[in-house]
Ligand binder design. Structure first.
Ligand SMILES: [Cu+2]
Length: 249
């Protein structure tokens, strides 16, 4: 049997390793959060995703530290000394430890599944004050508004809950604006939906995030998030343009 820390030397090792795990977790956690390219989040729905992402990073930092610090500490501190020809201690496992490392990860996975469901619920919730349909095809996008306006760019008013209906005409695509957070597949034969409340004005890139053929990389469009007045002005202008086109036909 593997011994649990009994002597004061054993306890000292555990205290040192515990402190090292804590320090490594903190350093690694901040390092990972600093280097991972999370774009600025400019939608209401992005917040729960960002929060869950950070929680994952801290858990990853802790688990990595737990495994590697224990391993490296054992390798260096309990290495074979010069002239030591004695045999190592024989042991056949530790029931308590095995139960612990089965139950703890199981509980963690269940907790994260629960948080994941909640996050998914929050990241897909929102109103439909503005509605627009995004049609994806190999390899471009068009945007249709309920009043018949069709555009090559998407325009949305800031801070207004929008519902984007997504339709694919050929293969599976995926609608993604990195600054907004959520990503949603477009599946031929059905309409999928994304709820989004943009919180920052500006021009953002819409990309297809599902490998959809040779020119997948070029399946880009722009979304402009503007003030409500600008949105109305843009819509009026589009309606006038389209009326003019119909009249001249
Ligand atoms: Cu695509």
């Amino acid at each position: 049997m593997l011994k649990l820390p009994q002597s004061s030397t054993d306890r000292k090792h555990f205290v040192i390793v515990g402190a090292l795990v804590l320090i490594t977790t903190i350093v690694l956690g901040f390092f990972l959060l600093a280097i991972l390219p999370v774009k600025a989040q400019h939608s209401v729905q992005a917040e729960p995703i960002r929060w869950l992402f950070q929680l994952h990073i801290w858990l990853i930092a802790f688990l990595f530290s737990l495994v590697s610090v224990f391993m490296l500490y054992s390798l260096f501190v309990f290495r074979k000394r010069k002239g030591d020809e004695s045999e190592g201690e024989h042991f056949e496992g530790n029931t308590a430890l095995e139960i612990a490392w089965t139950v703890v990860p199981l509980v963690l996975v269940v907790i994260f599944a629960f948080i994941g469901i909640q996050t998914l619920r929050d990241a897909t919730a929102g109103g439909d004050d503005v509605r627009v349909e995004a049609v994806g095809f190999q390899w471009s996008w068009t945007f249709n508004y309920p009043n018949g306006v069709t555009a090559a760019e998407m325009v949305l008013p800031v801070n207004k809950p929008a519902e984007i209906s997504l339709r694919a005409t050929d293969v599976i695509h995926s609608f993604w604006v990195a600054e907004w957070g959520p990503k949603q597949d477009l599946v031929p034969g059905m309409t999928t939906r994304m709820k989004i409340t943009p919180t920052k004005e500006g021009e953002f890139k819409i990309v297809c995030a599902e490998l959809c053929g040779l020119s997948h990389w070029s399946m880009l469009a722009t979304v402009r998030v503007v003030s409500e007045d600008e949105y109305i002005a843009w819509m009026d202008q589009k309606i006038a343009e389209q009326n003019l086109q119909t009249a001249s036909r």
